[in-house]
Design a protein around this ligand. Sequence first.
Ligand code: F1P
Length: 356
Amino acid sequence: MNPDSQPKNFTYQEIIRQQSGWEKALAQLEMNRPSILGALAPFRDRVWVFCGCGSSYYLAQTAGAAFEMITGIRTRVVPASEILMLPELVFNPRDSYLLVSLSRSGTTTETVRATQKARNEFKLPVLAVSCNPASTLNRESEIHLSFPFEPERSVVMTGSFTTMLLSVIYTAYLLSSRPADGAALMPVPDASRKVMQASEAMLRELVSGPYHDFVFLGQGALLGIANEAALKMQEMAISVSQGYHSLEYRHGPMSTVTGGTLLTILSSSASAPYDAQLARDMKKLGARVLLLTGASGNARPHGVDEQIEIPGDFGDMLIPLLYMPLLQMLAYYRAISQKIDPDNPKNLSQVVELDI
Ligand code: F1P
């Protein structure tokens, strides 16, 4: 990207700097390896409940699915508000739990209150994952994943989402039966930089087209990425967008597909056998189809208009980390194409604090 065409707002800067944040976080997590393992290994037999709000709820969806697939530890994912209103529904006395509270700010009221309820009323251990080490959430939790993080000025979460996801995936490998597999995280930052640089111009061109709605589809850990991508489109570009399990889209929501629909399929090795037919079916309905895939060297399935391949065969556990920055960039350029300032999203603030 040549400097004079580089946008001057901080949302863009925070999207393109996130990979260096990952590298700093990995170095700190490596140093803290023994203490993380010592603190969390005793809770392997519990159900790990992941909670958050907004982007951090979709982070919980992504992180919870990846965590269970890597460790085999049973997980549950809820918005923090469910714990506030219906704690018995979440913490059923038949099981024992550990709560994982995710929050960029560490001050979101629902998340802090949910954490206090879990600790004080249900006497549960809590793992806090936050980008703010001095936050209320960290003070309220006896265990926390800490890593250096340059605070985001943007209202919308970008690098905070992926760095917290990275820290959970790292921890999952530590607790898994094959901790050495965690080494696969080390080349991820560079691979992400490369695919971002290679795809930026296409994404900017693609998303400037005459669309009036955006759909993101994914299975497993990629459902959370699909929902987060849809939220980024809403927050940054004030656009109509939605996320679904990939095959769920046929069961009703596809009734809304028109020639103004940009539909993104987030492929994984689990969903790949189904994605090609899905692309063909959506193309027949008039959608423009973007496919993100971690499988390199395959021919572009019929019905796919644009495809981004993530080279390196990173597998389904790491693909969510590599897809997210591309989808943040897509939403960013949608905002720019609509002359919307992504640094100042409508109606939003960086943190939602309630008087409850
Ligand atoms: C959660 C959150 C963000 C959203 C906005 C308001 O913040 O809902 O996801 O984009 O910034 O706050 P946090 O609990 O992760 O700090």
